[in-house]
Write a protein that binds this ligand. Structure first.
Ligand code: HEC
Ligand code: HEC
Ligand code: HEC
Ligand code: HEC
Length: 426
């Protein structure tokens, strides 16, 4: 055999091996796509997932750490918000938030903190479990929205884990997913098909399924997000004014007798219309920055104040340096707090003025009703900022405008109350 023939045979041999390899690969491909997942669906224990994904789990566990925020707002120490905002006692008088309203902390405490909250009692309903644990997937599968009307104690007993991996991940594909039925329904009503959501959108939606404003439908206790008219404080207020699903109020204020609304952590709605939301930045960009360990890049699952990770959280987009960034956040928060506290105190004064007017003989009932409507709206504008968790950072210009409105409406409510009582204010 000549060298030429030898080379040809060798090449042929290599080709045969190569193509039979390709054929085998193609042949097994369908089987490979249904690869066995090491984590079964319905596994809600983060420690089990942690065996497969140790870096993510290690960072997730850090949510057990408790520390104040460097700016003095937020943080993960569960102090009472009324320590800094005593107006909470007046403005939420007659409802559970005047008894217990703690600062939020890490996800690993979600079930424990609900269990120990003074806001719940034997009469509490299952609806409260919706944003605390992936077991909600099971409860909804078993009973649909029927779970929302079951005794909370019964569901709490079955909720062995707080917010864990299955809340945001499909265990088989590890794709991001949302499981809160209230979020899915609200997005459907807005015409948003979640099955077509981009990866970038999902990096916000996984959070928005819980960090949003809601109310309970009277009777059924179904959780509903008030988004049909939009995310702005005014738009959600108008939505509530139309008495959706016969929902009129969260409670009646015992002093002013005004029909009140309680705002709940509208982090997503506020962020969505802010600079970062409009620029397409996601919650995960700041709250779950990329980290490195032993040369491996991974997403931090230590979800907390981004001020603890400013460089990793902000520097991929900002070149100003961490000192500038932290100074900006601190300034925004200080100014927001000043205006928010003032608005809260003015709303409290309005409740008192209306109470006094209501006790006056021959009070002008039409003017009194107007004062009550004004304090309802003033408090909504204050609360939608106060109940939001970033102290103005997620949407600074909207926050400032909303607080300006809260202050103005509170003054109008006081004027109206005085007018109702026959006191000439001007
Ligand atoms: C551009 C960065 C950025 C984005 C995007 C962002 N946040 Fe924040 N977030 C912050 C900063 C900064 C704070 C203030 C932290 C502090 O006060 O310590 C904060 C505070 C919070 C807090 C309170 C933390 C605490 O210490 O109590 C929550 C909850 C939160 N954000 C949720 C969200 C959610 C949900 C989204 C998406 C809908 C989001 N954030 C998007 C930067 C961001
Ligand atoms: C609150 C939602 C949420 C929870 C809870 C959560 N993750 Fe994630 N996870 C994310 C997001 C957001 C990403 C980024 C995905 C992307 O950009 O495509 C991610 C990415 C990942 C990835 C892909 C690799 C990487 O680091 O980017 C793995 C693996 C992962 N998570 C594992 C876990 C494990 C294990 C747990 C539980 C201990 C968990 N996750 C809990 C939201 C969550
Ligand atoms: C299943 C509902 C749920 C989901 C999903 C969820 N959160 Fe939370 N989050 C909570 C609850 C409840 C708390 C308060 C827990 C407590 O105080 O016990 C909380 C607390 C927080 C805090 C405060 C932590 C601290 O150290 O003070 C931040 C920040 C936060 N969440 C951001 C996010 C982000 C960002 C996402 C998406 C990646 C997300 N959350 C997804 C329910 C959720
Ligand atoms: C994914 C990119 C991205 C990340 C991450 C990000 N930002 Fe931004 N940020 C932007 C964009 C885009 C703007 C709009 C104006 C601009 O281009 O500077 C902006 C604007 C700002 C502004 C100007 C204020 C305003 O409302 O217009 C501040 C302050 C700011 N960012 C702080 C932060 C901080 C603090 C973090 C981290 C916690 C952060 N950003 C993370 C993209 C980002």
């Amino acid at each position: 055999m000549s060298n030429m023939q030898k080379t040809l045979i060798a090449l042929l041999g290599v080709a045969v091996i190569f193509f039979s390899f390709v054929a085998v690969r193609v042949g097994v491909k369908p089987a490979a796509t249904v690869k066995a997942s090491p984590i079964p669906a319905g596994e809600y224990d983060a420690a089990v997932w942690g065996k497969v994904y140790p870096l993510q789990y290690e960072s997730y566990r850090r949510m057990a750490e408790v520390a104040p925020s460097p700016t003095g707002y937020g943080g993960s120490v569960n102090v009472q918000k009324s320590d800094m905002q005593p107006e909470i006692f007046t403005n939420f008088k007659g409802m559970p938030f005047s008894k217990d309203y703690t600062e939020d902390r890490g996800h690993v405490y979600a079930v424990e903190d609900l269990l120990h909250s003074k806001r719940i009692g034997p009469a509490s309903k299952g609806a409260c479990i919706t944003c605390k644990t992936p077991y909600v997937e099971q409860f909804y599968k078993e009973a649909g929205w029927g779970y929302a009307n079951k005794p909370l104690g019964e569901l709490l007993e079955r909720s062995k884990h707080p917010v864990t991996c299955a809340q945001c991940h499909d265990s088989e594909t590890m794709n991001l997913r949302v499981i809160n039925p209230a979020f899915i329904e609200a997005q459907e009503r807005r015409g948003i098909d979640l099955s077509k959501a981009t990866r970038e959108e999902m990096r916000t939606y996984v959070c928005a399924q819980c960090h949003s404003e809601y109310y309970f439908e009277p009777g059924s206790m179904r959780v509903v997000f008030p988004w049909d008219k939009g995310f702005k404080p005014e738009e959600m207020y108008t939505y509530y004014a139309e008495k959706p699903n016969n929902f009129l109020q969260d409670w009646e204020h015992p002093d002013s007798k005004a029909p009140m609304l309680k705002a709940q952590h509208p982090d997503y709605e506020t962020f969505a219309n802010g600079t970062h939301g409009k620029a397409g930045v996601s919650c995960a960009d700041c709250h779950m920055p990329y980290m490195r360990k032993d040369g491996q890049k991974y997403t931090s699952h230590f979800i907390t104040s981004p001020l603890k990770t400013l460089d990793a959280s902000c520097s991929p987009c900002h070149s100003q340096g961490t000192e500038w960034l932290s100074e900006r956040v601190k300034t925004i928060q200080d100014q927001t707090f000043l205006l928010q506290h003032t608005a809260g105190l003015n709303v409290a004064k309005a409740h008192e003025a209306i109470r006094k007017a209501g006790d006056t003989p021959n009070v002008n009932q039409a003017e009194l009703a107007k004062a009550r409507e004004l304090v309802r709206k003033a408090q909504w504008m204050w609360d939608i900022v106060s109940a939001e968790n970033s102290m103005g950072f997620h949407n600074t210009d909207q926050t400032m405008t909303t607080l300006g409105q809260a202050n103005e409406l509170a003054h109008q409510a006081i004027e109206s109350a005085n007018l109702a009582a026959g006191i000439n204010v001007l």
